[in-house]
Design a protein around this ligand. Structure first.
Ligand code: ZN
Ligand code: ZN
Length: 126
């Protein structure tokens, strides 16, 4: 029985790992690419602007912090520079540490649409 040297199973394993990594990157790039297409390349906090050479410092933040919530209209995305993004998440951490933990998402009120009332107001004016 001749076991061929030089054809170890690690080659197959490497390929599996590489494929998994590619799939994950494709998934992440999916919403990042879409967000960058929808929104101007400006940080939503510090208003820093980005171009092709600096865009890797611009990140896609999920407003409800749910990375699998990616509606096509981009309503759950916000473009933030890496610094502001960091800030945003440490604030969120502090908020949940200060006892505001419960079953309901704390952002549920924040994403409340202000225009719902506005429409009613406008109609009353007429
Ligand atoms: Zn920023
Ligand atoms: Zn984020």
């Amino acid at each position: 029985m001749a076991v061929k040297p030089g054809t170890p199973d690690t080659a197959r394993l490497d390929r599996v790992v590489a494929e998994a990594r590619r799939a994950r990157e494709a998934r992440e790039d999916g919403y990042r690419e879409r967000a960058l297409k929808i929104y101007p390349w400006v940080c939503g906090r510090c208003a820093r602007t980005f171009d092709r050479s600096t865009v890797q410092q611009l990140t896609v933040h999920h407003r409800d912090h749910n990375h699998s919530n990616n509606p096509a209209d981009g309503s759950n995305w916000e473009l933030l520079c890496v610094y502001c993004h960091d800030n945003e998440h440490s604030r969120e951490l502090e908020r949940s540490r200060s006892g505001d933990v419960g079953g309901a998402a704390p952002d549920a009120q924040a994403t409340h649409r202000p225009f719902a009332d506005l429409k009613a107001l406008l109609e009353r004016k007429r």
